[in-house]
Ligand binder design. Structure first.
Ligand code: AMP
Length: 401
């Protein structure tokens, strides 16, 4: 079965075509991205058979982007299939599933309506996701579509973990609560961890650390997310590339008053100008910060902040889990940065968390990097959200047959 996985942003469509003959592993037969949709200089980058091509063309909207993707996938030279009819299902990444979606679902009009309702909770993300779904329904009208939500995995959080201590009426009126994000990644990593350790996920206590340009940690008990660091939006929690993570909310009021900032300007500061970029003043990319740190105190301070905040979350999640079997690093930083992994784990030996320096040199590969015999396994598990989306899509579509 061939499944197209689609991830739509405001000006991008990322795609991966999976052969799901082995649904556990999946096999990517082509992938790519259309960028700058609705902007000058739209382009498509397509990878197939270990080759890649870049094409340029005007792309005014997501429907045109998807038509182009299907054209490329069926192109006699650079395509990988002969006919779009070979695509048997489409899986979509959808960022916000609100309180309604606790798992992936087959898309129908009602699902689209509900995702549209949650636009108020994810004004930047859900609209392009809906555009992508509508575009696919229009270019592949007879093909089943599945929505896989970033929030769904965290739907198991108990009320004491997701309720904010603001007047309860705002939860009732606006559904202001913690939702959590990166759920598909945390779920994938948790399942892989159990497989690697040859343990049953339903008997494990895990902290999964998704550290990319966005950063979130999750406390996973017996296969269920019981807490996670992102909240009502992906702004809460750890220090990220350009997002501030946890701050005293009074800072927002203070700054808006002192600097005469509009809501939009304040939002820009918290989401785009803070985090690693804001503190270092150098870059949002931790590689640049690691390079600069030996001679730049603010770069070193940024790395220290990343590690310190991470330690605090690990301590908190250790407490709420009542112990820990594995601490798992994933995404751009988690999979690559030996320095950041080490600086996070240093000083946590009293929790049974250790790092083996030689094993910690690993990059982008599944590995156990704790010292032999340590009570807590520290691991690197590269994430694969697209495979998870393909698997859910396969499961839901195959089930319907
Ligand atoms: P992601 O959002 O998962 O694609 O991760 C992107 C981020 O990972 C980048 O902004 C970098 O900060 C970080 N990153 C990627 N490769 C490395 C590396 N080799 N060392 C340190 N950080 C890295």
């Amino acid at each position: 079965m061939l499944i197209l996985v689609v991830n739509c942003g405001s000006s991008t469509v990322k795609y991966q075509l999976f052969d799901m003959q082995d649904p556990e592993q999946g096999r990517v037969i082509a992938k790519g991205i259309v960028e700058r949709i609705g902007l000058p200089g739209s382009r498509l980058e397509h990878y197939y058979d270990e080759k890649s091509v870049i094409r340029e063309r005007e792309v005014n909207n997501h429907k045109v982007a998807l038509e182009w993707i299907l054209e490329v996938l069926t192109d006699p030279q650079i395509g990988v299939i002969q006919n779009v009819k070979e695509i048997e299902a489409v899986g979509h990444r959808v960022v916000h599933g609100g309180e309604k979606f606790r798992e992936s679902v087959l898309i129908d009009d009602k699902v689209i309506e509900a995702v549209r309702e949650y636009v108020q909770l994810a004004p930047l993300h859900n609209p392009p996701n809906i555009l992508g779904i509508e575009a696919c329904r229009s270019v592949l009208p007879d093909v089943p579509q599945v929505a896989v939500f970033d929030t769904a995995f965290h739907a198991t959080m108990p009320p004491h973990a997701y309720t904010y201590a603001i007047p309860y009426e705002y939860y009732e009126k606006y559904r202001i609560r913690r939702y959590g994000f990166h759920g598909t990644s945390h779920r994938y990593v948790a399942e892989r961890t159990a497989k690697i350790l040859r343990r049953d996920l339903s008997s494990l206590k895990l902290i999964t650390c998704h550290m990319g340009s966005g950063v979130s940690f999750a406390a996973i008990k017996n296969g269920e997310s019981i807490d996670t660091s992102m909240g009502f939006t992906p702004l809460e929690g750890l220090i990220m590339g350009t997002r501030c993570g946890d701050i005293d909310p009074a800072i927002v009021l203070f700054l808006m008053e002192k600097e005469g900032l509009s809501i939009k300007e304040m939002d820009e500061i918290l989401n785009k100008k803070s985090g690693v970029l804001g503190v270092s003043g150098i870059s949002s990319d931790t590689r640049d910060i690691e390079d600069a740190a030996p001679s730049n105190p603010r770069a070193q301070l940024t790395l220290d902040l990343i590690a310190y905040r991470a330690k605090k979350y690990i301590g908190a999640y250790y407490a709420v889990l009542g112990g820990l079997d594995a601490l798992v690093f994933t995404a751009g930083i988690g999979e690559n940065s030996s320095y950041i992994r080490k600086s996070i784990c240093e000083g946590l030996e009293h929790l049974g968390i250790t790092i083996d320096e030689a094993k910690n040199t690993v990059r982008r590969k599944e590995a156990v990097i704790s010292q032999d015999g340590a009570p807590v396994k520290v691991m690197v598990v590269p994430t694969n959200e697209e495979l998870m989306i393909a698997r859910d899509t396969w499961r839901l579509v195959a089930q319907k047959r």
